[in-house]
Structure formats: structure tokens, C-alpha cells
Design a protein around this ligand. Structure first.
Ligand SMILES: Nc1ncnc2c1ncn2[C@@H]1O[C@H](COP(=O)(O)OP(=O)(O)O)[C@@H](O)[C@H]1O
Ligand SMILES: [Mg+2]
Length: 291
């Protein structure tokens, strides 16, 4: 079974950096897929090639794809639009434009991303999927609410049975039941084969947010591997100047807070590095520091 390792945390803390470094590490021992849902497009920049159309091989044993909102919605339409329309139009007087409305609903892209993740995990092509993401608690909430919703819909069987003759080509119940199973499989993937690293910078707010994220993940029964505290200033370079020394001390205070709150969870520490975030830049160094 494919293992999913996700990197989450506030924007700009270093999720993409840690994801790429980790993907390079796993690619040394098995086929690895790196999926990014970062809207900034930094993955394409790091590998110096467009990755936002389909999966591309970027290194030995390593494939990568950048799931932009547009790509996700196109794939979503391709896969679900007909079915959703079939179900809705079976009991509502709606036209095809209903799909445009649904596409604009909050969470659709993030939710479809999870479906994409499941498809990739089930393909059996990869030993590890590294997932550069920031799934909001809302998305995860949606997933569970949606499962409830679908199960209620399927329980409304009796009503459907009465009007069954109305449906010509499709049976909405079968479709709803299929979605319900799909949602259950996604939840299963997240709960049993996924683990998360929460990335933070040594500042008050990012640390608090990281702890929050870790708590929500635990509530959703997604395993938390630990924290990565990124961009720590080294003492040697701060000692010389009062401004940097004050910054260093403030960082250390946040670091200690995180170490305390993390309890038994490991905290990996990565210093502030110089150079470029490229394959031949500091990414190799980050891999060495992490593993
Ligand atoms: N340890 C580090 N030292 C120096 N720069 C870093 C470090 N980690 C990340 N960066 C830089 O910080 C910026 C944000 O990192 P990124 O991985 O893109 O964050 P995120 O994906 O969380 O938004 C990038 O420009 C990256 O090169
Ligand atoms: Mg990023």
C-alpha cells in the first residue's frame, strides 16, 4: 500500500521546501510522487519545468505534479459533472449550468484534490506520495459532513424506489452510493495510510498555528509525525550584532515553547540557509538535515 506523507503549516513557512527535500529522500529507495497544491507555482520553478498540466518525471524515481485550481476543476468536471447533473436533475428542475454553480462552491477543489490523491494511491505506481498542502480544517470537516449527507441520501431509498420509474438512464441511488463509498475510502486513506509533518517558523503565530493544526489532525485521526521548525538563525552569526542577537533570543523562546508543547512528538530543526531553493541549491542540504 502506498504511504502518503503530507506537509502542512501556514503559508511561507517552508512546506514546499520540506516536501521536495523529502520526496528526493524517498526517491532514493522507491518510486515517489510529489503532489503540490501550492497556488504559488513554486514546484514548477524549483524543477524549472511546467508541472501544472500533468504528472512529469523530474528525477530518477521521482514524478511531480502541481495541482492548480484550474487543473483540479477541469479534472473534477471530467470525472463527476455528468453524474452530479444526473442526480440533481432527477429531483430538481435544473439545467446543465448547475455544474458551474457547484464548481464555485467552497471546498470543491480541495475536496477533489483528495479524490486525486486517492486515485494516485490506489494506482499502486508509487511507494510514497509526498503531499505539499495546507488542507484547511474546513475541508476535512466537509468530508465528514458530506459522508453523513450521502448516507442520509442513500437511506432515503424508499422515496427513490417509489419514483424510480422516472429515471431513464441512470439510477441516482447507485451514484450516491458510489460517492459515499469514495468518501469513505478517502477518509480511510487519511486515517490509515497518511501521516503529517507540521512545518513552522520560530515565531509566535506560526508556532501557535502549527500546534493548532497538529491538534486538528489528531482530532481527525490523521497521524502526526512531528514538527519541522524551519529557518532558525544560527547563534554564531547573531552574536556579533545586538539586532540579530535579539532576534535570535526571540526565536529561541518560540522554539522552547514548541518543544514544550510538542511533548513526545519529535521536532526537527532546520537553520536559515543561504543560496537558491533549487535542486542543485540548498534542497540537497535540507534533505541531509532532515534524514
Ligand atoms: N531553511 C531555509 N532557509 C532559507 N530559506 C528558506 C528555508 N526554507 C524555505 N526557505 C525559503 O522561504 C520561502 C518559502 O518557502 P516555501 O517552501 O515555498 O514555503 P511554503 O511552501 O510553506 O509557502 C522560499 O523562498 C524558500 O526558498
Ligand atoms: Mg509552498
Amino acid at each position: 500500500m502506498t504511504k502518503v506523507e503530507m506537509f502542512t503549516g501556514k503559508g511561507g513557512v517552508g512546506k514546499t521546501t520540506m516536501s521536495v527535500a523529502t520526496a528526493l529522500h524517498y526517491a532514493q529507495s522507491g518510486r515517489t510522487l510529489l503532489i503540490s497544491t501550492d497556488p504559488s507555482g513554486s514546484l514548477s520553478e524549483i524543477f524549472a519545468q511546467p508541472l501544472d498540466q500533468s504528472i512529469v518525471s523530474v528525477a530518477a524515481n521521482l514524478d511531480a505534479v502541481e495541482l492548480t485550481r484550474r487543473l483540479v476543476l477541469d479534472l473534477w468536471r471530467e470525472k463527476f459533472a455528468d453524474e452530479i447533473y444526473a442526480v440533481l436533475s432527477s429531483f430538481l428542475p435544473v439545467g446543465r449550468e448547475i455544474i458551474d454553480y457547484i464548481e464555485g462552491a467552497p471546498g470543491i477543489d480541495e475536496e477533489f484534490m483528495l479524490d486525486y490523491l486517492l486515485t494516485m494511491a490506489q494506482s499502486g505506481d508509487y511507494q510514497t506520495i509526498v503531499w505539499d498542502t495546507a488542507p484547511t480544517v474546513t475541508t476535512l470537516n466537509l468530508l465528514f459532513i458530506q459522508q453523513l449527507f450521502y448516507s442520509h441520501l442513500t437511506q432515503a431509498q424508499k422515496v427513490y424506489m417509489k419514483v424510480k420509474g422516472v429515471f431513464s438512464k441512470v439510477d441516482p441511488l447507485t451514484l450516491i452510493d458510489k460517492w459515499l463509498k469514495l468518501t469513505a475510502q478517502i477518509i480511510e486513506l487519511l486515517k490509515t495510510d497518511t501521516s503529517a509533518w507540521v512545518v513552522a517558523n520560530p515565531e509566535h503565530l506560526p508556532v501557535e498555528q502549527a500546534l493548532d493544526i497538529a491538534r486538528s489532525l489528531t482530532d481527525f485521526e490523521i497521524e502526526v509525525n512531528g514538527f519541522i521548525l524551519n529557518k532558525l538563525l544560527p547563534l554564531e552569526v547573531c552574536e556579533q550584532h545586538p539586532f540579530w542577537l535579539a532576534k535570535y533570543k526571540a526565536q529561541q523562546e518560540c522554539r522552547e515553547n514548541l518543544l514544550r508543547a510538542a511533548g513526545t512528538l519529535p521536532v526537527k530543526e532546520i537553520p536559515e540557509l543561504s543560496g537558491k531553493m533549487k535542486i542543485d541549491g540548498f534542497l540537497g542540504e535540507v534533505t541531509k538535515l532532515l534524514y
